[in-house]
Design a protein around this ligand. Structure first.
Ligand code: GAP
Length: 453
């Protein structure tokens, strides 16, 4: 059976990610480690651009949000109080025929009979809860008293530091605490490239409010987060908002939206926006015996704030950015013959490299020196890349394939050899339209900075 267009597209994306240094399998030379990924030189830039932009709009551009960076290891009591130790699990079954361990929701239902999706076997064990947290031991002894977990979400460190941050920041409700950091889940079936990983990063905001503000803020944050995705270049048509039904929501949540993206492997969750009520702070107050209440100066009342949480996955968003950007179009080669061009049409704000600088010829000292001068000029403002190898058309294609939005070429006009009026001008080539225009070198910083901001 031939592969679907979407499956082929996904294969090309995975192969490009490896070939151009976006994403590699972790521990690849030892056969890899399922569910773990390493970001290469371009992947790390893309990821940083995403995280920096999230931090900019969620923290720096707001008066009502501050940031924090919590530790990955925390006191086990945190995970008991939050409910993770008892309930953070997936129901699993084993197939006795092929020995596969499967999530209950992955079984095939054939006329009411559950079947193994691998071998079609029907000899399955009864479902058992499988805790998704990675267990570890603190200190030298490996016994129950030294157990803790790698955090499965960043949110809990925000809840347990709520009082400290409230006191030092002197914020009034509503206000938020933001964090970006690693999270770990021992997923049973990591799959779809980086989509479901065992180690991943989250960008989470806990936005504390009065109880009566919760539902309204849930709507507000859903809209803000949709705007965010559009501002990083994800088209609105590919984003979907799923209202999580009552029976599928956490029992303490009064409303949850999943923001989904149309990946080539299907419509899947990018981010959850949940109104978690006062559940988390109440749990930690009860378990720690420390007050996590807020004192309202105006009404002189004390209460536990409620919280609305937009929680996004860094790795899933990076994958969505790559899937969204991946394009094949037709463009003329050096001889004018049409060929297939692979382009990553990243929003310039997200693109790993913002501008590539080329001397027309690598064996002309004056062209090379001028091109290097431009690199030095732009470098304090953006990530630039110098390339002198191969025909200019090939150099453009290499940049198209990694999503560089702008290429600057230094030619003989730049040196003023053909027309003194063109001295110190360069061609600026735009990735998507492939249009080339001449600009003064002195205009470049302003021109490019405005496009990548
Ligand atoms: N604090 C709430 C929380 O953790 P979640 O829906 O379990 O909620 C939030 O996770 C986001 O974290 C998801 O929308 C997803 O983007 C990301 N995420 C969760 N599990 C993941 C995994 N195994 N691999 C990659 N990203 C994951």
């Amino acid at each position: 059976m031939s592969k679907s267009a979407d499956a082929q597209r996904m294969e090309k994306i995975v192969s490009l990610c490896k070939r151009r240094g976006f994403i590699f399998q972790s521990s690849e030379i030892y056969g890899g480690l399922n569910g773990c990924w390493d970001y290469g030189p371009l992947g790390v830039e893309l990821k940083r651009n995403l995280k920096n932009y999230w931090w900019r709009v969620m923290v720096h551009e707001r008066d009502d949000v501050v940031g924090m960076d919590g530790s990955i290891l925390m006191n086990r009591a945190v995970w008991k109080a939050s409910g993770h130790e008892d309930t953070f699990s997936d129901p699993m079954v084993d197939c006795r025929s092929c020995k596969a361990r499967l999530r209950l929701d992955q079984l095939i239902d054939k006329k009411g009979v559950k079947q193994c999706p691998n071998c079609g076997g029907q000899d399955l064990t009864a479902p058992r809860a499988f805790n998704l947290m990675f267990k570890t031991f603190i200190g030298a002894s490996e016994d129950e008293s030294s157990v803790t977990y790698l955090r499965p979400e960043t949110a809990q460190s925000i809840f347990v530091q709520f009082k400290n941050i409230l006191e030092i920041s002197r914020k009034k409700l509503p206000f938020g605490i933001a964090q970006i950091g690693k999270a770990f889940r021992n997923e049973i079936n990591p799959r779809n490239f980086t989509f479901r990983s065992r180690e991943f990063e989250q960008m989470e905001l806990e936005y504390f409010c009065r109880p009566e503000q919760g539902m309204e803020l849930l709507e507000y944050w859903k809209e803000e987060r949709l705007k965010f995705y559009e501002n990083i270049g994800i088209s609105r048509e590919k984003l979907h908002v799923l209202t999580v039904p009552d029976d599928a929501r956490a029992f303490y949540s009064k409303g949850t939206y999943d923001i989904e993206y149309e990946f080539p492997f299907g419509r899947q969750e990018l981010e959850g926006v949940a109104y978690r009520t006062d559940y988390d702070l109440s749990q930690h107050q009860r378990a720690s015996g420390k007050s996590l209440e807020y004192f309202d100066e105006e009404t002189k009342q004390k209460f536990i704030p409620h919280v609305v949480e937009p929680s996004a996955g860094v790795d899933r968003t990076v994958l969505a950015l790559i899937c969204e950007a991946y394009t094949e179009d037709q463009a003329p080669d050096e001889k004018g013959k049409m060929e297939t061009r692979t382009v990553l049409r990243f929003h310039p704000r997200m693109a790993p490299i913002k501008c590539a600088v080329f001397p027309l010829l690598k064996n002309n000292e004056k062209l090379v020196a001028k091109a290097k001068e431009i690199v030095d000029l732009l470098r304090p403002h953006m990530y630039v890349f110098y390339d002198e190898g191969g025909a200019i058309g090939r150099r453009y294609r290499r940049q198209d394939e990694i999503g560089t939005p702008f290429c600057v070429t230094v030619d003989f006009e730049t040196l003023g050899e053909k027309d003194a009026g063109l001295r110190d001008t360069v061609t600026l080539r735009e990735r998507d339209t492939m249009k080339q225009e001449r600009f003064k070198i002195s205009e470049l910083i302003q021109l490019l900075s405005a496009r990548i901001a």
